[in-house]
Design a protein around this ligand. Structure first.
Ligand code: GDP
Length: 368
């Protein structure tokens, strides 16, 4: 049944007969629709960030990746430059089989302008190699700021060579934001490309038709629980996910001094000469510096109050401590997955890091 109403998003007549055809809205919605109605597809596009599906169960996700391995396609992994290791899909190269991998490294806008993109790209290449991947190419971009989006699209076109494209990524890397960008920038004549749910499966996969009859398939995000960003409330997430260029915060520390990163991590400088600790975390995150001797008491008294986020510490596992020995004489990043990193290593140092149990903390070669 066609109506006299047109979708304000794509201009086609609204209809309630066939969900697979343009202009579809459910009968009930159509009955109540007015002049400013949008069809279900345009609704999806507009509200993409809210409806983008997420998978919690790793086994289920592996099944999905396994299915990609059985296709002949280009796999595009979106990673978060702010949380490279934490945003990597574990064992990705193994899962995608023979298919080529294109790496899109998002959130380039977070880096200070002084950092050369060529350097970051090279660092991404080495990091991917360390994780066992050999991507056909690496493209840096900022989905949110619209930087290098054309390059992303060009790379997808170049490497897919007439094949379907699967876009994969863990949650919070900006995959939805990027797909939204591509939909709007490269849709037909400025119109967004329509999307529809993948028919015949329970996976909420979103399929976007490409010009040559092929399809770009956006897969659900997988949750990695070893990142702090996956544990906190939406309000806390606003504080810890950086929104713009990170201003590195430099602390000249003596040994036996402690930094609290909100109430989400604690860094004790146990032993070593006075030296800089440079924090690359969200500008909105409160850092509390104190003497090591006082740290336990402050933690007991102020976690969830002075030391926030989290607004509610009980949602997180209890803290566990890990010890790191920094050799000195060269910069390294101490990375706390989902929160950021601390550049250390001007001098030798023994450092203890407290984070909620299960959160990944590791040393890596310095990115900046
Ligand atoms: P998804 O879970 O991978 O689909 O991620 P979203 O698209 O929902 O984005 C997760 C968070 O990262 C949101 O707070 C976005 O605003 C933010 N974000 C996405 N792209 C960028 C970017 O290019 N730069 C910055 N700074 N933030 C971004």
């Amino acid at each position: 049944r066609e109506s006299a109403l047109y979708c304000v998003g794509c201009g086609v007549p609204l209809q309630a007969a066939d969900p697979k055809q343009p202009g579809y809205v459910p009968e009930k919605v159509l009955a109540e629709a007015e002049q400013d109605a949008v069809c279900q597809r345009c609704f999806r596009i507009r509200h993409y960030n809210e409806v983008a599906p997420v998978v919690q169960d790793p086994g289920y996700y592996e099944d999905l990746l396994q299915r990609i391995a059985d296709t002949d396609s280009l796999v595009v992994q979106v990673v978060d430059l702010f949380d490279f290791d934490g945003s990597w899909i574990p064992d990705l190269p193994r899962w995608i089989g023979e298919n080529p991998l294109l790496l899109i490294a998002n959130k380039i806008d977070l880096f200070p302008r002084s950092v050369r993109h060529g350097r970051i790209r090279e660092w991404v290449r080495r990091s991917a190699e360390r994780l066992g991947a050999n991507p056909v190419d690496i493209v840096l971009c900022s989905a949110a700021k619209g930087i290098y989006i054309r390059e992303v699209m060009a790379a997808i076109e170049r490497y897919r060579q007439g094949r379907d494209v699967y876009v994969v990524g863990v949650t919070n890397v900006g995959k939805s934001t990027l797909i939204n960008r591509l939909l709007h920038d490269f849709g037909d004549g400025g119109q967004p490309i329509t999307t529809s749910p993948y028919p015949g499966t329970t996976l909420d996969t979103i399929r976007i038709p490409l010009e040559d009859g092929r399809t770009l398939i956006d897969t659900p995000g997988i949750v990695r629980k070893d990142r702090l960003s996956e544990w906190v409330s939406p309000a806390d997430l606003k504080v810890i996910v950086p929104k713009g260029t990170i201003n590195p915060r430099v602390y000249q520390l003596n040994d036996r001094q402690t930094l609290f990163l909100g109430g989400l991590a604690r860094v004790d400088f146990i032993k070593g000469p006075r030296q800089p600790f440079v924090l690359y975390v969200s500008n909105a995150l409160y850092i509390h510096r104190t003497k090591y001797e006082k740290a336990d008491e402050i933690q007991r008294a102020h976690l969830g109050e002075l030391l926030t986020p989290p607004e509610d510490p009980s949602v997180l596992p209890p803290w566990r401590k890990q010890r790191f020995h920094i050799a000195g004489g060269g910069k390294q990043d101490l990375v706390i997955a989902g929160l950021g990193w601390i550049a250390v290593g001007k001098e030798a140092a023994d450092i203890e890091v407290w984070v909620p149990e299960g959160i990944q903390v590791e040393l890596r070669p310095s990115v900046i």
